[in-house]
Design a binder for this molecule. Sequence first.
Ligand code: HEC
Length: 148
Amino acid sequence: MTERITKSMAKNIYYGGGTFALLIFIALTFDTVHQIPERSNQQNMTENVVAGKKLWEDNNCVGCHTLIGEGAYYAPELMNVFQRRGASDEGAFKAYMQGWMASQPLDTPHRRKMPQFNLTNEQVDSLSDFLIWTSKVNANEWPPTIEG
Ligand code: HEC
């Protein structure tokens, strides 16, 4: 090994490699930004979904639950509650939600309790629409199990 890297070779590697990495970085950024509208299910964001999200925030559901993994760990993950309790059937899930919200708090011993929020049927319907919408966000197979 008598050959050595000359100064100009080192310069070429530095600038060439840097430019190459930057181009890859820019291309991947464009690709991600391009995918966001479809992956985040933006096209199905109805008025009811927006109203449901507002109710979700105003009632601090996230103070006990996680949604797409974000939130508190006191109560179950709700991103896939639509699949878990409605078997991906909107009518069945909405009926489950009306029953669930109306019957809180459950009087089962040794089980964590959820408060009664006294929401109207329309409000629960909006919350259901919001949870159905959330379940269709592409989160790379999150959550890992049907129980959240
Ligand atoms: C004080 C904590 C707390 C808050 C706030 C809370 N929950 Fe819950 N929630 C729970 C607990 C605990 C459970 C599980 C109860 C059980 O299994 O008996 C639960 C369960 C649920 C379930 C059923 C999950 C399943 O797998 O069947 C739904 C749906 C739900 N909550 C929706 C909501 C919504 C919507 C809000 C906001 C309006 C909310 N929760 C706010 C504690 C909370």
